[in-house]
Design a protein around this ligand. Sequence first.
Ligand SMILES: [Zn+2]
Length: 266
Amino acid sequence: MTKNQWIDAHCHLADERLEAQLDNVISEAEGLGIHFFMQGGVGPEDWQRQRDLAQRYPGKIGLCFGLHPYWVAAHDEDLCEIALDQLAPLLPHALGIGEMGLDFRPHIMKDSRERQIGVFEQQLELAEAVQKPMVLHLVQAHEEALRIMDIWGVPASKGIVHSFNGSWGKAQDFLKRGLYLSIGGPVVWDQNEKLHQVVKDMPLEFLLLESDSPDQPPPRFKQSLNQPASLWDVAGKIGEIRGMPASEILEISTENFKRLFHYDGN
Ligand SMILES: [Zn+2]
């Protein structure tokens, strides 16, 4: 049997909560055929931790740098400008730009609505300039994100909507703009019929699988930190809905990832 080389399209292995158990988390995933871990960027401190991680686990870490809406919400405009200046020269060394986007949940957003929009627009421009696919984080801001992307244009290098967890109508809004839907732990929950409908109807060539470790655990990991091994739970659920083996869903997601991010597996 050939060794499978599947990809977790989005996780946070640089997250400090995983630090103590990271060797185990990675070897467990590798034992299940998952060998490459695309990161979601948060802010300057995280970008540095990602680079350290890539040195510690050579060839296994997909670098992704961007200013997450959480980070933007927690820092003032001057610090956001400084971070954006630091971000631009790093991007040629990354596979993608992000996380970037909008999070309008009141407890996250506070006074940052306009700042989030401004930083999102600047990262759209950067994505176009460096031609890197975007990793979008959009929560309770679907309409506003579409409005902004329709004004500025979706960058030619496209991107993913990470942890997509909306209706089929919303899914179509992103799919028709050429964006991929990255699906994680939320699809595994039996009561999430809305998302089950999406994975049933969407074209498989726009599907990616992610763990978003250490967050968004499926039921089996709900008492602990999430980890990339849970990708099998996600693939299993989607496979059950589509009438396909989980391994085939993992294979399709991995091929889609390589095509979108111009990653050749080396
Ligand atoms: Zn994330």
